[in-house]
Each structure stands twice: as structure tokens, then as C-alpha cells.
Design a binder for this molecule. Structure first.
Ligand code: TNX
Length: 490
């Protein structure tokens, strides 16, 4: 909340820096905080600090120790300014908000470990990446909470597999920008990527296929549990998607009985068409036990409140009934379903989230029934589209000029209603290596972070570029092989 500076005696010493301030006054932070108040003066941080960490702050504590260690700042019992991570009861901060005060000491306050973790990320962006003899920090108070609960990125690991090492690196990178949902598209026509113990052929057969030129492979349950913990330590929840009832050729090739009788195409698929495969909805005795068995193992691996059941690009007279039943199966497992926008035709609990992906899709009827949305309108958030018009190996079906950085940044989530969050998506029909994934994701994913967290008034593309430029050393330190947008002159 903005403070009434006029009432403060410190008026001459305090400036309120709002995001529309001119660039020189802006802090190099993305996402830009809800409120920044600068005080006169600076804090010098030398090579020692006195650190205290609330016992609840397990992940934030680990993050601040890592940050200090990386910057070659030692924790001392009695020398140097205090750095304190404190849990406070202050409902306005919510589950993810925090206050960062830099005065004669550095004080990080939040209601939760997650809030403190984000305070540490803000401090991290305020410090240079390279270790120095001493650090100069501006005296200030930042009070910051996110606009939206869901700030996500989606990786399609089904068309082309991404190794766990890439997913971990991606989580590290997401954390710096306070992104909090990693949506994994784990199954599609070209591949099945998650071990399901009751159905081992899904990965024996479906895991061995991929889109032509892409990578095959799958994750064991053990690897995924480990990844879940890796994310949890960095504020990132892994949201699994099993795409049903269409986009299922890999499952059908693994278990032919999932196809309707008379279907002759039962082999694995490596093309890029969509909309040709489906589980046989006329055989509920086969289809629903399969869906139940798979989802039971999925919820066992992934603690996420939300489980994505896909639901895109399929025509079947029994489609709506399928979505009703599948969302109910998820509810009976104690979770809440997410479905792509087409699922909105089904009768289902209105806590099911719908993910909007066609800009013009008429989602109003679902809004009227009370559903909330995850916004992924393709002409702004589909990062399988080019960074620039004509970029090789990119899609153009949604926007023929591609999705340049400025376009991605110009999405205005606040102009939609009933928004639970925003998410950008990288489909992998044409993205087959880690390097290409980096090129498609970065720096565009950073726009998702700001759209999902910062208030509308904070959004100005020039100032965003200025802050992004200032944070470039962080991208380099994280080993990101980002695309270099010409407007940045990188
Ligand atoms: C549409 S978006 C799809 C995907 C493709 C993508 C390519 C959505 C729910 N379905 O199956 O990979 O286009 O851009």
C-alpha cells in the first residue's frame, strides 16, 4: 500500500519510487515490487554479517545462506550489520508477500517461508552477481505482494524430452523471478514421459518415442519426487499434465485396447499433426479404470493442489461427459483439476481452473458459472512462436509475426476477469535441444513473471528493458543461452 508521505516527518529524506518513475530512479528489479520507498543513504555491507533466521524459514534460510556464500560474505557471531529473516503475522502480506527493509540492518519479514524466500530473491537482484569486497545497498523499504497466485511456465516434454538437469536449471531461473508453477506437459501423441507402475508399457513404448528429430525418454517416479522437492525448496510447484482424452497416441501404442475397435493406427507417432487420436470413450470399462489408475499414481508423485487433465483439440460426442468424469476423479483423489479452455463445455465443479489458449475463445459461459482462468492466450504467451518474424523452426499458426518480447510484455491480464494466473507455454514440436529451449524461453519468460506479479501501473516496456538490461549478469550467471532482442543491444 502506498504510504501518505506527506504525513511523515521524514518527508525530505524519503522518496516513494513508483514504477512509473523515471528510469534513473528505478531499482533493477523484475518483477517490479508493489511498493518501494527510498530513504536517504546507503548501507555498506562488508565481508561479514550477523545472520538470524526464523526457524520456519527453512527454504528462505537456505537461500540466504547460499546468496551470502556466493557473494563471499561470511556469517559472523558479532561483526557486521544484522541480516534478519523474521516471521510476522500481517495478513496483508498474504502467503507470498514480504517486506524488505534496508536501513542500518537488513530485515526481511513475511508470514511464510515462501514470502521470505521472495524477499531473499529481491535482495539477490539488488546485489551484484560477482563477489566484491563490499556491497552498497540503498536504504529502502519494499512492501510486495503478487497480483496473481499462479505465475507459471509450461514445458512440453512430451513431443521432445527435456532432461532433469534442464528442469532443475529452469526451476533455478524461475525462482529468481518469483515464478511459482512449472506445468509439465507429460504426455501427448509423440511420447509418454512419466513412469506409471501399473502400466509399465507407457514408458517402455511411449517413453521411447518422440517427435521426429526430438528426444525420447521418461522420468522415473523417484526422479520426479526429487524434482518436486527441488521445486518446493525454490517456491516452485510442479503441476503435472496428463493430456486426455485426445493427444493420446503414445498411450494407445503402448496399450492398444485403449483405442476403439476398428482403429487401425496403433503405432507410435513422430509427426506434428494434432487432433487425430483419442481414448475410446465408447468403452468406459476400459477407459475410466485406465484414467483412474494413472491419476492415482500422479497425485501420489505430485503434491500439487492442481492436476492438469488436458482436454484440448479433440472432437467426440462423449467429450463433455469425459471431462465431467475426469475432473470428478481428480476431486475424489483430493485435488482440483485444470483443463484447457475446451473443457468449459462440461458440467463440473466451478473450482476447476480453465486455461485459456485461443485469444478469442468464448470463455464467458464458464466465467458465468464461476470458473477462474489461467491466461495463456497464444498470441502473447506461446513461446514456440518466433522471437522475431521469420525465426526459423518456430510456429506461426497463432500469430504470423511471432511473439517478440514487446508483444509478450503487452498482455494485460487485468483486462480479463476471474484470473487465477498467467502462464507462458513452450511446445516442443520444433524445440529439440536445451539450447533451443533457452532461446525460445529467455528472456520472454521474464515478461510472464512481471505480468503475474506486478501491478498494471508498473508496466512500461522501456523501463522493463532498462531493468532487464541491468539483470543481464544474472542471466549469464545462470548459464542461460538467451535470445538477444535487438532493442536491448546485447
Ligand atoms: C496447440 S495449445 C496445442 C498443442 C500444440 C501447440 C503448438 C494446446 C492446448 N494445444 O498441442 O503443441 O498448439 O503451438
Amino acid at each position: 500500500m502506498k504510504r501518505l508521505l506527506l504525513l511523515l516527518p521524514a518527508i525530505l529524506l524519503t522518496t516513494h519510487i513508483c514504477a512509473s518513475e523515471n528510469k534513473a530512479n528505478m531499482l533493477p528489479l523484475i518483477p517490479y515490487p508493489q511498493s518501494v520507498e527510498r530513504q536517504a543513504g546507503e548501507l555498506q555491507l562488508g565481508q561479514q554479517v550477523q545472520l538470524s533466521v526464523a526457524s520456519e524459514a527453512v527454504h528462505a534460510g537456505a537461500a540466504v545462506r547460499q546468496l551470502l556464500g556466493d557473494r563471499k560474505v561470511e556469517v559472523s557471531a558479532d561483526t557486521g550489520p544484522a541480516v534478519a529473516l523474521v516471521v510476522v503475522e500481517e495478513s496483508a502480506l498474504g502467503d507470498e508477500g514480504y517486506r524488505l527493509s534496508i536501513g542500518d540492518e537488513v530485515r526481511l519479514e513475511a508470514q511464510t517461508d515462501t514470502g521470505l524466500f521472495y524477499a531473499v530473491q529481491t535482495l539477490r537482484q539488488l546485489l551484484p552477481v560477482e563477489p566484491q569486497d563490499s556491497y552498497t545497498l540503498p536504504k529502502l523499504t519494499i512492501v510486495d505482494t503478487p497480483e496473481f497466485a499462479w505465475r507459471g511456465t509450461m514445458l512440453d516434454v512430451a513431443r521432445s524430452f527435456l532432461p532433469i538437469s534442464y528442469l532443475e536449471a529452469h526451476i533455478d531461473r524461475m525462482a529468481l523471478f518469483k515464478l511459482n508453477r512449472l506445468h509439465l506437459h507429460l504426455s501427448d501423441d509423440q511420447g509418454w514421459r512419466v513412469e506409471i507402475k501399473s502400466h509399465p508399457r507407457l514408458t517402455e513404448i511411449g517413453g521411447a518415442s518422440s517427435v521426429e528429430g526430438g528426444r525420447s525418454g521418461f522420468y522415473t517416479q523417484w526422479e520426479l519426487r526429487d524434482l518436486v522437492a527441488y521445486g518446493e525448496a525454490r517456491g516452485v510447484t510442479i503441476v503435472p499434465e496428463i493430456d486426455l482424452p485426445g493427444h493420446t497416441q503414445a498411450a494407445i501404442a503402448s496399450y492398444n485396447e485403449l483405442a476403439c475397435q476398428g482403429v487401425t493406427n496403433l503405432s507410435t507417432y513422430s509427426g506434428v499433426e494434432v487432433g487425430f487420436s483419442k481414448l475410446c470413450l465408447d468403452q468406459p470399462d476400459v477407459t475410466y479404470p485406465f484414467v483412474e489408475a494413472v491419476l492415482a499414481e500422479i497425485v501420489d508423485i505430485f503434491p500439487s493442489e492442481y492436476i492438469h487433465i488436458g482436454g484440448d483439440e479433440i472432437k467426440d460426442p462423449l467429450y463433455a461427459e469425459f471431462i465431467s468424469r475426469a475432473t470428478k476423479i481428480v476431486a475424489d483423489l483430493g485435488r482440483t483439476a485444470v483443463a484447457w479452455e475446451e473443457g468449459s463445455v462440461a458440467e463440473m465443479d466451478n473450482n476447476v481452473l480453465l486455461q485459456l489458449w485461443n485469444d478469442e475463445y468464448d470463455i464467458q459461459p464458464a466465467l458465468d458459472r464461476g470458473h477462474q482462468l489461467i491466461l495463456s492466450p497464444c498470441s502473447y504467451t506461446y513461446f514456440d512462436h518466433g522471437n522475431y518474424d521469420g525465426q526459423p523452426d518456430t510456429y506461426t499458426w497463432c500469430r504470423k509475426e511471432g511473439v517478440p518480447l514487446e508483444r509478450a510484455y503487452s498482455l494485460d491480464p487485468q483486462s480479463f476477469k476471474q484470473i487465477y494466473g498467467v502462464e507462458s507455454a513452450m511446445w516442443s514440436e520444433l524445440v529439440h535441444t536445451d539450447e533451443t529451449a533457452d532461446n525460445r524461453l529467455w528472456p520472454r519468460v521474464i515478461t510472464t513473471a512481471e505480468l503475474g506479479w506486478s501491478p498494471l501501473e508498473a508496466r512500461d516496456f522501456d523501463r522493463f528493458l532498462y531493468r532487464l538490461d541491468a539483470l543481464r549478469p544474472h542471466l549469464d550467471a545462470l548459464g542461460i543461452e538467451y535470445y538477444r532482442p535487438p532493442e536491448l543491444g546485447w
